[in-house]
Design a protein around this ligand. Structure first.
Ligand code: GUN
Ligand code: ZN
Length: 444
């Protein structure tokens, strides 16, 4: 019996191409088998063909009536903010002041950080999310607490210490130098350690001095494989403040670009209010934009111009972000459903279910330069999977019984689904979440 070998059987979906450029990019294996060993997928394909490879000793889990996908990827989320999700009444800047800064200040206590990191990561897994780009707080120990729990679970995570040296409460302020030194120490400790990856994390232009942005750019540009994450052009009051703080910059994005905070692995949250030259700059420099529809609706920030960002003549990398606590759900299924609605508001192109799934899996992996590791169900990929149940609730069962195509089944999942529709989650070849039995399971 080979240790650490496991197989799962069921319908699975993956991609053979980008569904924004290629029709029929989504592929379905109706009765599939996925064999995993030492955290990777070693074989996958039709059960009928591959089952002889199982031998007598490979444990097999069967998920009948489910749809298996690569694990979801959340390209923008704040773990400390789960405690402040659903805070009433404000747009971005007063919302930060009233609700978010006081919540993040609690992370001076490392026990708060540890407890919250555990809850947050277990919630991600309950939602089928196996990789996320995560903001911690300004406290370095909030990063240690997060990566320690992720390493224990075996999940692939991107995270970093928030940098803020102005325009925030004194108990949340670092300095350009202390922020640099603390980030460098965290990079040495965590970046590339098993599956953990570090992101230099200046919160946004308002809360960093030009000196802090410069030093963050130095770190980002000089460490191979490092990520950078920040917020960009989310809210009109925010944009006006950035303009008055940086009068010599030609645009909000230019503030970051001049500091060396652009390029591959730079992830910008929101990017709602963008000019054509901003998108063109992102295309040429290889930046990634995180589309955060539930957050943009919740804070009244606006509608991200997805199909403009993806314009075929100069496509920009885009992935989906939940942006909890401004986002209202950690579910990428719910986020895909909201992205569909926003696509109807923002323009004339309608997001398809296959395209939405791409933005939450293989497309996100490509946008994060992790496509050799995650985002597809294919041999050699890391074994991160989510098992979706299209009949998770009586309503979903009723609706999905009438579905006649894969696209329709996926669409009902993303419009109606959330954590209840995640039957199981596997990370690094191990079962990390199994939904409690529902009436539907019992009846089956
Ligand atoms: N801009 C700066 N900080 C934040 C944050 O925590 N959430 C959101 N949505 N926008 C921000
Ligand atoms: Zn955010």
């Amino acid at each position: 019996h080979t240790p650490d070998r496991h197989a799962i059987r069921g319908s699975y979906v993956t991609f053979c191409a980008n569904p924004f450029t290629t029709p029929d990019a989504l592929v379905l294996e109706e009765d599939g088998l996925i064999i995993m060993e030492h955290g990777r997928i070693t074989q996958c394909g039709p059960y009928a063909t591959l089952s002889p490879l199982l031998g007598d000793n490979t444990p097999l889990t069967h998920y009948p009536d489910c749809l298996i996908s690569a694990g979801f990827i959340d390209a923008h989320v704040h773990y400390p903010q789960i405690s402040a999700i659903a805070s009433w009444g404000e747009q971005l800047l007063p919302w930060l002041e009233q609700y978010i800064f006081p919540t993040e200040a609690e992370f001076a206590d490392v026990d708060v950080a540890r407890r919250t990191a555990r809850l947050f990561l277990s919630e991600l897994l309950r939602n089928g999310t196996t990789t996320a780009a995560v903001y911690c707080t300004v406290h370095p120990q909030s990063v240690d607490a997060f990566f320690e729990e992720s390493a224990r679970l075996g999940t692939r995570m991107i995270a970093g210490k928030v940098l803020m040296d102005r325009n925030c409460p004194p108990n949340l302020q670092d300095t350009a130098q202390s922020g640099y030194d603390q980030s460098a120490a965290l990079i040495a400790r965590w970046h590339g350690r098993d599956r953990q990856l570090y992101a230099v994390t200046p919160r946004f232009a308002i809360t960093s001095t030009p000196e802090q942005l410069e030093l963050a750019g130095t770190l980002f540009q000089h460490t191979p494989g490092l990520y950078m994450q920040t917020h960009l052009a989310e809210n009109l009051d925010e944009i006006a403040a950035v303009r008055s703080l940086f009068p010599n910059r030609s645009s909000y994005l230019d503030v970051y670009a001049k500091a060396g905070l652009d390029g591959p692995r730079a992830i910008f949250g929101h990017a709602i209010h963008m000019a054509e030259h901003d998108f063109a700059h992102c295309h040429h420099s290889g930046c990634t934009l995180a589309h955060c529809p539930t957050s943009n609706l919740f804070l009244g920030s606006g509608a991200f111009a997805l199909f403009d960002a993806l314009k075929p003549t100069r496509p920009v990398h885009v992935a989906l972000g939940t942006d909890v606590g401004a986002g209202t759900s950690l579910s990428l299924l719910a986020t895909m459903g909201e992205a569909y609605k926003v696509s109807l508001m923002a323009g004339d192109t309608r997001l398809s279910a296959a395209q939405a799934l791409w933005l939450a899996t293989a497309g996100a992996a490509r946008a994060l330069h992790l496509h050799d590791h995650i985002g597809l169900i294919a041999p050699g990929m890391e074994a991160d999977l989510c098992v979706m149940d299209p009949a998770a609730t009586p309503l979903m069962a009723q609706r999905s019984a009438r579905c006649t195509s894969l696209a329709e089944r996926l669409f009902t999942l993303m419009v109606l689904g959330d954590d209840r529709a995640i039957r199981a989650t596997w990370a690094n070849g191990r079962l990390v979440h199994a939904r409690a039995e529902t009436q539907a399971d019992t009846a089956a």
